[in-house]
Design a protein around this ligand. Structure first.
Ligand code: HEC
Ligand code: HEC
Ligand code: HEC
Ligand code: HEC
Ligand code: HEC
Ligand code: HEC
Ligand code: HEC
Ligand code: HEC
Ligand code: HEC
Length: 318
């Protein structure tokens, strides 16, 4: 056993495919030339809908050289197309039409997007959408989507219509496709109103990667929550120890069977850390008084308060 084992493998490890091959994967055939979108589409009406949608999209709008932005056209993602359209003359198209056939270009010579490993598929987008151009992508490589082989085009359906980004209020539908367990949580009786379209997955998460855990936009869970529930932030004169530093000690962020997104119902939630007690309003902790189960009926400022309890100790009683 050696502690240097990790370094040893790093030194001897080889790239999965030679660099040249990898380049070919994301750039396309080196022996092909770029022919431009007009040539791609000239003989083939099959692609008209795709082209219409694409021209109407934000990326397609860049096809006009006047914008000064990197030109985006079919070959930016599919690779150079001269080999694909070789031999596709007007005459051939007419002949095919007579035989009731749709003329096909030679797909095989394009980048094989369907079988491309996820990181390579993302690189096709990242060659233009650099972290500098798109601030959100700064931590892409550190995010669990990139690390788990989810690629850009798994979420951004390039040819599903002119909308390239997901409509913000409908984002959750897209996330549900892969996160079924989360979907189930949001259908529990108490949940953040995501299905009701009042809160979005992306209010709390950045799907493009973050430096914090769980793809959270904020540094930690508390900062995530107090971004909207500012009144729970503190600091208070009487803190609930450091328990409230992590809201998830008591709450589930997505949904729960218990009221108020609580992980456990009362009194069990509190009894994990405290002993219950008998009490009456006039003589606290009196043995004959009733045993209450809803602790927050009396300890109503459970998140912390600046006002002491009657004994002056600050037991969250107002
Ligand atoms: C921004 C990258 C990008 C651009 C630009 C682009 N495509 Fe695509 N295209 C893709 C991806 C990724 C796929 C794989 C399927 C998918 O994710 O939709 C694809 C799939 C296709 C397919 C396969 C059929 C299908 O719908 O799945 C055709 C045909 C196609 N593209 C034609 C075009 C044409 C024509 C243009 C130019 C008008 C174009 N593409 C521009 C990324 C792009
Ligand atoms: C040749 C350069 C280029 C390539 C390759 C490219 N894009 Fe783009 N993309 C742009 C430009 C330029 C814009 C418009 C300006 C902007 O919004 O940044 C854009 C816009 C977008 C938008 C819309 C932004 C908005 O605010 O509406 C999305 C989403 C997007 N691209 C995703 C992708 C994905 C996914 C891929 C890979 C399949 C990809 N792009 C490949 C250059 C490119
Ligand atoms: C897990 C799903 C998912 C993945 C993977 C993903 N995106 Fe996005 N993307 C979104 C959503 C949702 C939005 C809408 C904006 C938001 O709510 O943050 C968005 C917005 C964008 C935008 C426009 C807004 C902005 O931030 O400027 C661009 C550009 C973009 N994505 C590019 C990419 C590229 C490039 C990749 C791959 C490196 C990628 N996305 C991977 C879900 C995803
Ligand atoms: C109110 C903020 C908030 C919203 C809205 C939200 N999340 Fe989360 N999510 C969190 C927090 C906080 C965690 C970390 C939980 C923990 O560590 O206890 C988390 C964890 C996760 C995880 C990893 C752990 C797990 O539960 O599997 C996934 C996946 C996830 N969220 C997906 C989603 C999706 C998908 C949506 C929208 C449908 C969504 N989240 C909406 C706050 C939120
Ligand atoms: C194409 C499938 C796919 C889509 C769509 C998708 N995810 Fe994920 N997501 C994954 C995979 C795979 C993982 C890693 C394994 C896991 O934790 O479940 C993951 C992990 C996560 C995590 C956990 C991060 C961590 O550090 O543990 C969060 C949070 C998350 N996704 C949020 C989202 C949100 C928000 C959306 C919608 C904008 C979304 N995902 C859309 C596949 C997807
Ligand atoms: C984007 C804003 C936003 C963020 C971030 C957010 N919440 Fe909320 N929260 C809401 C909204 C909106 C409601 C619903 C209020 C209503 O229905 O009146 C809510 C409701 C709640 C409720 C009450 C549920 C009930 O049934 O009484 C609790 C508890 C809660 N949030 C805890 C949290 C926790 C814990 C976090 C961090 C993981 C968090 N929230 C992050 C917006 C947010
Ligand atoms: C010690 C357990 C505990 C912790 C930790 C905790 N809460 Fe709560 N929270 C509760 C209880 C119990 C309720 C229900 C109060 C009631 O019954 O009236 C509640 C209710 C809420 C509500 C809805 C009712 C209201 O008072 O507005 C919100 C919002 C909320 N909590 C946010 C947070 C946030 C944000 C954090 C982290 C900063 C947090 N909670 C940490 C126990 C906790
Ligand atoms: C994760 C553990 C945990 C949970 C859950 C929790 N507490 Fe606490 N609580 C503490 C700690 C730690 C302290 C401070 C140390 C102490 O004095 O016991 C504290 C202090 C208190 C105090 C002040 C005690 C004193 O002696 O001044 C009260 C009252 C209290 N909690 C009530 C509750 C109620 C009611 C609930 C349920 C809604 C609850 N706690 C849930 C850990 C917890
Ligand atoms: C009918 C009101 C009431 C209910 C309900 C109640 N408490 Fe109390 N609790 C009090 C009073 C009054 C005190 C003493 C306050 C003071 O010293 O100022 C107290 C004190 C405490 C203390 C401080 C230590 C101690 O034993 O003196 C803890 C911890 C505590 N309660 C936890 C709980 C828990 C857990 C529940 C739910 C099972 C609960 N309380 C339900 C009224 C109540």
């Amino acid at each position: 056993m050696s502690v240097f084992w990790g370094c040893e493998t790093l030194k001897t490890s080889k790239p999965i495919v030679p660099i040249k091959e990898y380049e070919k994967l994301i750039v396309g055939r080196f022996d092909a030339d770029y022919v431009g979108t007009t040539n791609c589409l000239r003989t083939c009406h099959y692609h008209d809908k795709i082209n219409e949608d694409f021209e109407a999209s934000t990326m397609g709008a860049q096809m006009s050289p006047k914008t000064g932005l990197p030109l985006v056209d079919c070959e930016s993602c599919h690779g150079p197309g001269s080999l694909a359209i070789k031999g596709l003359t007007k005459e051939k198209v007419e002949q095919d039409a007579k035989e009731g056939k749709q003329t096909k270009c030679d797909y095989e010579t394009f980048i094989d997007l369907d079988n491309l490993p996820a990181p390579a598929r993302s690189l096709i987008c990242l060659k233009c959408h650099t972290a500098n151009a798109t601030f959100n992508l700064h931590n892409w490589n550190a995010g669990s989507h990139a690390m788990n082989d989810v690629s850009c085009s798994d979420c951004h359906k390039i040819h599903a219509g002119p909308d390239l980004i997901v409509r913000p209020r409908e984002t959750f539908q897209m996330c549900y496709e892969c996160h079924e367990d989360v979907k189930a949580e949001f259908s529990l009786p108490s949940h953040h109103p995501v299905p009701e379209k009042k809160v979005k997955c992306t209010d709390c998460h950045n799907p493009h990667g973050t430096t914090s855990e769980n793809l959270l936009r904020a540094d930690n869970i508390k900062a995530t929550c107090t971004g909207c529930h500012a009144e729970k932030e503190g600091p208070f004169v009487f803190e609930h120890a450091d328990v409230v530093e992590d809201c998830s000690n008591c709450h589930s962020p997505h949904g729960s069977v218990n009221n108020h997104l609580l992980k456990q119902s009362m009194p069990f939630l509190c009894l994990q850390c405290h002993e219950g007690h008998r009490t009456s309003a006039t003589r606290p902790a009196e043995k004959k008084a009733a045993y209450y189960t809803r602790c927050t009926d009396c300890h109503s400022t459970i998140h912390g308060t600046d006002i002491p309890s009657p004994s002056g100790k600050g037991r969250f009683i107002q």
